[in-house]
Design a protein around this ligand. Structure first.
Ligand code: CMC
Length: 429
């Protein structure tokens, strides 16, 4: 709390509200007593000006293009850390020492297998089901398999559920992929690191040996790190809202997966690559730029724009560099999709429409190019995002459950429907 107060004048009445300060970032006006004092609510669709919680996990300064996990800048973490270390950091608040990291790595590895009965669950889906549909169903179904970690009032159970989610998401995701291509499920290998194990479960087959390329594994690990958390985005807020009713953690994460699927959120990486392919060649870019600017056309440049970043998305900078590295490593030169992406970025960034609206490439603009080069079909892109974001969701969920201020999430509304009226029997209508 600060000494500052915010004054709200309604007619001849002045109401005062305390102003709260965080450790960094804008102050917030504490309006919890607004309704009691004024009989009014605030109106903020899309929560553009509303802080819905108090959090110490991730900080974004959209104007500076800054993203911090527990205070550490994303560019430092992506260069020097690993995804598993970032998971520890997000979950527990501090970087682990060597022993803590080794222990955490071991615990996560020990939970990578899924209940054998879950294999049958997959068979209920059509082979051509979108893997995100499978993910939503299977993650929700975890609550039916792991009863001993659904009591949210028990901190030990919350801890086990968190580790289970982080450890099993790659297995569940790889199984969704294997099911879609008609290949046998591959069991996890605990001698491999997190990203290598995931690639192994996706791309190895019983008929021949599969060696994970360390540079590809590093790129995969980096993609996971860049997507690990992003404060109160739509899917994280969904997880928090679901969790606010004391729903079990698996149900909450399934809600997050469902929200992430949308093309305005995690589905944008799939949509961005599809768009780059549809554009196809550099000479067709002006046509698509014109469509993006035309308000009568619903088309948007996918992978462009962000609710919070209004300067640049620091994740996109790392992603662009990695895209080039991965393509070079794989010997893919003159990749037409990368050429279109680079030219599109340049043209859009010089166009007044995009400059005025502060629209920049976001994390999803280049990630699809890397994932396609690694060998993933576009339908798997959002699935990979959900694997990476699981630690963010679960960390935010744990923080909320432990917060003494926790309340069931219950927004209000501006009602615009019919006022009270009497029922008319059907023969009189
Ligand atoms: N192409 C063309 N115009 C755009 C775009 C775009 N990609 N994004 C925003 N605009 C325009 C929008 O039409 C509006 O114009 P005007 O002021 O003339 O009405 C203005 O820019 C402000 O946009 P907004 O829709 O009010 O911004 P928002 O904060 O509500 O939406 C967004 C943010 C990310 C949903 C939006 O930029 C978008 O749909 N981008 C494409 C989808 C995408 O790449 N999403 C991934 C986001 S990053 C990863 C993640 O969060 O999952």
């Amino acid at each position: 709390m600060t000494d500052k107060v915010a004054k709200l004048v309604i007619g001849d009445q002045t109401h005062e509200f305390p102003v709260m300060s965080g450790s960094v970032g804008p102050d917030v006006i504490d309006i919890r007593t607004l309704y009691a004092k004024t009989g009014m609510f605030t109106y903020d669709p899309g929560f553009t000006s509303t802080a819905a919680c108090d959090s110490a996990i991730t900080y974004i300064d959209g104007d500076k293009g800054e993203l911090l996990y527990r205070g550490y800048p994303i560019d430092q973490l992506s260069e020097k850390s690993s995804y598993v270390e970032v998971c520890y950091l997000l979950l527990y608040g501090e970087l682990p020492n060597k022993t803590q990291l080794a222990e955490f790595d071991k615990v996560v590895s020990r939970h990578t297998m899924v209940h054998e009965q879950m294999h049958y669950f997959y068979r209920g889906f059509r082979r051509d089901a979108h893997p995100m549909a499978i993910m939503t169903g299977v993650v929700g179904a975890m609550a039916a398999f792991y009863h001993d970690s659904t009591d949210i009032s028990d901190s030990r159970q919350r801890e086990i559920a968190s580790i289970r989610m982080i450890a099993k998401m790659p297995t569940i995701a790889a199984m969704a992929y294997k099911y879609s291509v008609g290949q046998p499920f591959v069991y996890p290998r605990n001698d491999l690191d997190y990203a290598s194990n995931f690639l192994h479960m996706c791309f190895s087959v019983p008929a021949e040996e599969y060696k994970v390329n360390p540079t590809i594994a590093k790129a995969m690990d980096l993609i996971f790190t860049l997507h690990a958390d992003h404060e109160q985005n739509a899917s994280t807020s969904t997880v928090r809202l679901a969790g606010s009713s004391d729903a079990n953690p698996f149900a909450c994460i399934a809600a997050g997966v469902a929200c992430l699927w949308g093309p305005a959120h995690g589905g944008a990486n799939e949509a961005a690559l599809n768009m780059l392919k549809e554009i196809g060649t550099v000479d067709r870019i002006p046509e698509f730029i014109a469509r993006a600017k035309d308000k009568s056309d619903p088309f948007k440049l996918m992978g462009f724009g962000h609710r919070v970043y209004k300067n640049f998305d620091p994740r996109a900078t790392v992603m662009q560099k990695t895209a080039k590295e991965v393509l070079d490593l794989l010997g893919v030169h003159d990749n037409p999709t990368l050429q279109v992406a680079q030219a599109l970025e340049k043209i859009a960034l010089e166009d007044p429409y995009f400059i005025e609206r502060k629209l920049y490439p976001n994390v999803d603009f280049y990630s699809g190019i890397i994932l396609e080069a690694i060998g993933f079909p576009t339908s798997m892109f959002t699935v990979l995002f959900s694997v990476a974001r699981t630690v963010g969701w679960i960390s935010q969920w744990k923080e909320m459950i432990g917060d003494p201020q926790k309340k069931i999430g219950r927004p209000r509304q501006l009602y615009n429907g019919a006022p009270a009226r009497d029922y008319i029997p059907v023969d009189k209508r």
